[in-house]
Design a protein around this ligand. Sequence first.
Ligand code: SF4
Length: 353
Amino acid sequence: MSSADPVPVLPGPDGQSPASPAPQATKALVAFGPASVLVPPPGDTATFPALQAEIRQLARDHHAVILSHSYERPEIQDVADHVGDSLRLSRLAASAPESTIVFCGVSFMAETAKILSPDKRVLLPDLAAGCSLADSITVEQLRAWKAEHPGAVVVSYVNTTAAVKAESDYCCTSSNARAVINAIPADRQILFLPDMFLGLWLQRVTGRKLSIWLGECHVHAGIRASDVEQWHRELPAAELLIHPECGCTSQVLEAAGDDVHILSTEGMVTYAQGSSAEAFLIATETGILHRLKQMAPGKRFVPVNPEAVCQYMKLTTLEKVRDSLRLGVHEIHVPAETATLARLALERMIAIS
Ligand code: SF4
């Protein structure tokens, strides 16, 4: 991986579409991503109610709040106190009265919760729950990139490690990235990282020239324009909701009509609730479908790529959440100096959005 300015869309092995790892088959779930991360098969649904009751009791005993990202397994979302995107959950965690936070998500999310709640105990049920997007830039790479562009403003997507946030001027999420970019004086160079598809979309909607890191989420990069086009032909009345991390975003926008909406995960939920449409094509990780069906009952949600499954998110099982509460594992720590600097980048974002 290297810095890049300007940004090309990387060709894949077929010379047509952006590069991404090949799909990996597991015993019972199909997910994109490294073969070293094996997704546990779906549990026995008959055991879920008893496990969920045990988890709720343990949460009371340990004064814990359980948070679940919208991409987690349905049974994890159902046992959580709050479900949503990573920043919404971290802010909820900071204001919650509980002294322990169990974060059912991936490691950068648990770090963000710890940064915003330094006095609370933050637990991640499985330490292997990483993120290909956060891994696409290291703090050493960021320092080298900054050295090449002295005086540039660094804007980091929230899907980054605490160390990378600490080297950044601003954080952003997919829902407030446009506002963050617009708040930076027009004469300042902006280094945007790590998601190139989000960066390309931001260039388009803000009209700003950005220097964009060539990182990607392997799940969203695997959602192709051809997936979208096929479903659009089959369900022409459906509205299309696309996450800006998707590899198809630029191409779909070229031919976009009024029925195409580029939205964050939380934005998709809010949009579906308020729309008069009855059917929606969803271009993001498929875990969001459970939440969409719960929050907008009676509507139809179709994943444009049903194999867009993040194996890191699916590592968390009910048994691991129970054991996390029982044993106090795995506690997340962020060095104090790193946390202080990273919090500044997050607070600058919060002040804007
Ligand atoms: S879906 Fe992509 S961005 Fe989200 S946690 Fe998985 S790898 Fe990271």
